[in-house]
Write a protein that binds this ligand. Structure first.
Ligand code: PLP
Length: 398
């Protein structure tokens, strides 16, 4: 049975046109793109085209695009590079709602190397406080890293504005734009962003490819050192089929963004409004504009997200919850906690993330089935309207 896949912020299906573009580079066109022979040049030329296609989507120059193996690598490269080129500075400024690719790294740098890590808070809508942001940017700050769009809620941060503020203060600015690239238009040449991370598998290319935008003139220190690939900025023979696919995926995203965004947004809004209307005690997290057109994060009070996911899964519906049942305690998502979503809501949170593969019929099915699921779960829930008011602490039976 084909799944009803509403988990596109976790990964996306490789577009058939992307796959078609990749296939020859697994088989007959296998040469090393750095080789001097004509055969190598053929692959090298196609890789150059891929770089131009990525650059076109980002609104930057092709030689500002460094190919990597994933979003996580791009994030790690950007942060570590800034710390290397600014050895006299000890502060890293980021937010409480970043992806683990950033949060895990900065926590590690704090613990192992003693960096002064500032995690900026967000308000109930998931937005940053501009005054707090400015106050955190001290002369000791080596790098600011703020995601362009949040993977759990779809909340979009004002990156052009935030990057301009960092530049005024002479601080390098990085953005994890893994969820934003291909979903919102951007023109990096008109921003003050110094570095930007993207990942192929979040925009219908394959897993294991990514890129790091590095603005021309930005001081840079590579993470991987070895050969000359990527002009010495990222050594290692390129994943040619994957990167050629990434180029195609960027071209498709650019061509179809406007029309797909409005189609996907309409589906998402219908899903959201339908669920909020059909299910009492439900709440949308991060509802304010601007937000991604494909993402909806909804909390259903008095139920466990895991229980909802399990029942959706039995119907072939794939979604996700921010919480993870680990070491016997059910911790709600760090993003929802940072937004101050009460535990009774945060525990029952589901993220639906749509894509250009999502259909009307799929949304209809969720709208028919999910209210029934919530109703059933609430009937068997250990919480109820009476005791839940005092139950503002996690209670987990897993
Ligand atoms: C998925 C994701 C990443 C990690 O990308 P990988 O290519 O899986 O390493 C980083 N940041 C955000 C916001 C993401 O959604």
């Amino acid at each position: 049975m084909k799944p009803i896949y509403l988990d596109n912020n976790a990964t996306t299906q490789v577009d058939p046109l992307v796959l078609e573009e990749m296939l020859p580079y697994f088989s007959e066109l296998y040469a090393n793109p750095s080789s001097m022979h004509t055969f190598g040049g053929q692959v090298g030329g196609k890789l150059r085209q891929a770089r131009s296609r990525v650059a076109a989507l980002l609104g930057c120059a092709p030689d500002e695009v460094v190919f990597t193996a994933c979003g996580t690598e791009s994030d790690n490269t950007a942060i570590r590079s800034a710390l290397t080129v600014r050895p006299d500075r000890r502060r890293i400024v980021t937010t409480k709602v970043e992806h683990p690719a950033i949060l895990g790294l900065v926590e590690h740098l704090k613990k192992t190397e003693g960096y002064d890590v500032v995690l900026l808070p967000v308000d109930g809508e998931g937005n940053l406080d501009l005054a707090a942001y400015k106050a955190a940017l001290t002369p000791d700050t080596a790098i600011v890293s703020v995601m362009w769009a949040n993977n759990e809620t779809g909340v979009v941060f004002p990156i052009p504005e935030l990057s301009a503020i960092a530049r005024e203060r002479g601080i390098l600015f990085h953005t994890d734009a893994v969820q934003a690239v291909g979903k919102i238009p951007m023109k990096l040449s008109e921003t003050a962003v110094d570095m930007l991370s993207l990942s192929g598998h979040k925009l219908h290319a394959s897993k294991g490819v990514g890129a790091l935008y590095v603005r021309k003139g930005t001081p840079f220190a590579p993470l991987l050192i070895g050969g000359h690939q990527e002009r010495g900025m990222r050594s290692g023979t390129e994943n040619t089929p994957g990167l050629i696919g990434l180029g195609k995926a960027c071209e498709l995203a650019q061509t179809h963004m406007a029309e797909e965004n409005s189609r996907v947004r309409a589906l998402r809004d219908r899903l959201e409004q339908g669920l909020l209307a059909a299910v009492p005690n439900s709440k949308l997290n991060g509802a304010k504009e601007p937000r991604l057109p494909n993402t909806s994060n909804i909390s259903f009070k008095f139920v466990e997200g895991e229980a909802i996911l399990l029942r959706l899964d039995q119907l072939g519906i794939c979604a996700s919850s921010g919480s993870a049942c680990s070491s016997g305690s059910l911790e709600p998502s760090h993003v929802l906690r940072a937004m101050g979503v009460p535990f009774t809501f945060a525990h029952g949170s589901i993220r639906f993330s749509l894509s250009r593969t999502t259909t009307d019929a799929e949304i209809d099915l969720v709208l028919t089935e999910l209210p029934k699921i919530i109703d059933t779960l609430r009937k068997i829930s250990p919480f109820n309207e009476q005791n839940a008011m005092e139950e503002e602490k996690p209670a987990c039976g897993c």
